[in-house]
Design a protein around this ligand. Structure first.
Ligand code: GTP
Ligand code: MG
Length: 373
């Protein structure tokens, strides 16, 4: 956690406000007043110049803190590592598997359709029919999910949204599969080949719901076609209605950390365990985002008023910017409302962070998407 946040985290409302008051008293006390008032003002003392210097020093301090923060974040990214060994192996396996199939079904998380994609798949799946499934659509903002569907369609993909834990959407998927492979079906026909199954492979980054999808789509009654020596050595195929076969092991791709936000968003939805940021920082990011795009969701869930936030904000004057100060104040107010209080009547930011992340990830803070096309 950044120093700036740490400094402010855990400061209780009452304590913080009291501290603010006492320091204000000091500078404006009778003692200091008499000092400047009674003594003859020094000829060289220039109040304007004095204030300007203080302001300059404050700015310098703020800049240093920001630079330190940025450096800290870069370090965090540098140490974030997706086990390159596994990655290379999985990619090689996928290159082999892709030769056996007609169609790649790519599963992404509807809340982060961009960050949960790996652009390498475009190269790997070159010349294959492509479908993108926006999974976990039950947790995402439907308006944005629909915008993403248009976006992917414009890019030439077939695309649909889904909640893999429910058995709906599969009829539409079957229709899309047939449509996406119509060229292959026509080619087969021309060659006199009838009834050759369409073979598909599921790919996606960890935790997007590949296994859930395969289980739901294949259903309990699905029959594995077993090994087919000579053709698909060691591969298991799952039969789906409509002459479709799925490779039973999905291809696991790794998220691409081209910038810091990718990791941050995946961490926010709980898709990566690695500590890209600690929970307090993650919860702070969630609050920042919600307060910007879904402020009413926050208010509705935690039942607070703007005035309460304004009041608590006095404790976070040292925050790096206004947005951070507001978000820290919101966290404090939620903490106090939820009884997340430490010794000395301090807000327990660690505890409240867990509540906020849990609420966010399970959609108790509403249907929220973190990315817009
Ligand atoms: N709300 C919701 N949860 C889902 C959906 N699909 C999967 N999940 C949940 O997401 C979590 C991950 O699902 P998995 O199917 O294990 O994901 P995976 O892609 O196979 O993950 P790895 O095997 O780790 O690569 C589980 O807790 C699922 O219950 C969905 O459409 N909606
Ligand atoms: Mg799985």
């Amino acid at each position: 956690m950044s120093k700036e946040i740490k400094k402010n985290f855990g400061k209780s409302a009452s304590k913080g406000r009291a501290a603010g008051k006492s320091s204000a008293n000091k500078s404006g006390s009778g003692k200091s007043g008499s000092k400047f008032g009674a003594a003859k003002p020094s000829k060289t003392f220039d109040k304007k110049e004095h204030d300007r210097k203080i302001q300059e020093r404050k700015l310098e301090k703020k800049k240093k803190m920001e630079a330190k923060e940025a450096a800290g974040d870069n370090n965090k990214l540098a140490t974030f590592n997706w086990y390159p060994g596994h990655m290379t192996k999985a990619k090689r396996q996928m290159q082999e598997d892709i030769k056996l199939i007609d169609l790649v079904i790519e599963i992404v998380d509807a809340r982060v359709p961009n960050s949960s994609r790996n652009p390498d798949i475009d190269e790997l799946a070159n010349n294959k029919a492509r479908i993108v499934i926006l999974n976990k659509a039950d947790l995402a903002d439907d308006k944005l999910t629909n915008a993403w569907i248009s976006y992917f369609k414009e890019k030439g993909f077939y695309c649909l949204k889904m909640d893999s834990r429910k058995n709906n959407g599969f009829k539409e998927l079957n229709e899309i599969i047939l449509e996406s492979c119509s060229e292959k079906i026509e080619k087969d026909k021309a060659k006199g080949i009838v009834g050759r199954p369409i073979r598909a492979m599921i790919v996606g980054i960890p935790n997007v719901g590949k296994s859930t999808f395969i289980n739901a789509y294949s259903g309990k009654a699905s029959a594995k076609t077993g090994n087919k020596p000579g053709v698909t050595k060691g591969k298991q195929w799952i039969k789906i209605k409509g002459n479709i076969e799925l490779l039973d092991t999905p291809g696991i791709l790794w998220p691409k950390f081209e910038d810091q936000t990718t990791g941050l968003r995946l961490a926010m939805i709980g898709s990566i365990n690695d500590n890209i940021l600690n929970k307090d920082d993650l919860a702070l990011e969630v609050i920042k985002y919600l307060n910007k795009y879904y402020a009413n969701n926050l208010k509705k869930r935690y039942e607070f008023e703007d005035s309460e936030i304004e009041e608590a904000k006095a404790n976070y004057e040292m925050a790096i910017n206004e947005e951070t100060a507001t978000s820290l104040a919101i966290m404090e107010v939620i903490a106090l409302k939820r009884g997340c209080i430490k010794k000395g009547a301090q807000a327990d930011f660690e505890k409240v962070s867990n509540i906020i992340l849990d609420d966010f990830r399970s959609a108790r803070l509403g249907l929220v998407s973190l990315e817009r096309p």
